[in-house]
Design a protein around this ligand. Sequence first.
Ligand code: BDR
Ligand code: CA
Length: 306
Amino acid sequence: MKNKIPIIIDTDPGHDDALAIMFAVKSGIFDIKAITTVAGNSTIENTTRNARYILKLLDREDISVYSGSAKPLVRELIKAVVHGESGLEGIDPKNESKLTNDAVDKIIKIVKENENITLVTLGPLTNIARAIEEDNEAMKRVKQIVIMGGAIKVPGNKDRVAEFNIFVDPDAANIVFNFPVKKFLVPLDACNHVQLQLEDFEKLNGTSLYEPIMAMMKPYIENIFKDEGIKAALMYDPLTIYYLFNPDACKVKEYDLKIETKGELTRGMTVAELRSSTKDYNINVIETIDGESFKKDFINILKQEK
Ligand code: BDR
Ligand code: CA
């Protein structure tokens, strides 16, 4: 058995975050050092409660959850619409939220105490930027940061050109994108074509996750249809975990990418240098992911009962 990949998952659950956590936990290939929460899809109270709820469903409450930033670095929080007020419409978990307010400290501590930590970010980059600002040297020890966010050659999903996670906290994204460690980005470009339907989730019938997943996916699909005109469950965050699970299914290319922090119409745009002049590469972009392999692996992993 290969060594497990040591990771911290920084997240704002969210329906697709919930599926990503389920996939990461059930895949068995990760040593999940912590789940840290951030405000984004919903408030920090809700995203933290939702993270704990998902771990409870998975019978993995031994995994530590640390709550983090309640709002972006300098702006007010703009929540998502497709996840509903609670962040997990369809389920609306009632478990306790219990804020610990120590995600940034815990990220730094874990990175100091362990070699080769991979940070996986599934929400706005506020916690990671704060950790970088607080202990720059410690944060240089991370092996890599794998980021769900951005729209390179496709339209945004929050605004004309901006993807939600970067739109919510462009100032934090700017700090992280300029930070000199290896980074991978899973943007909308690689995610938009991977669209799951209720029939796909029907394959989980008979498993313990079937009912909660169906309850979540129905409103998620309806809300995406109302908001974006696509009748499907989009898999942004699970695809980000999938890059680590099966990198061979992904096409990766180096990019010179900057974050727009000032624009009125372009807030949070991931601006790529697409001209052929010399580029100052700062990030590896996952350009494509094999959607069929993802679907097959994703459903098979979620089906496993232990
Ligand atoms: C990202 O925004 C959130 O709504 C999703 O959870 C995902 O992380 C997609 O733009
Ligand atoms: Ca998310």
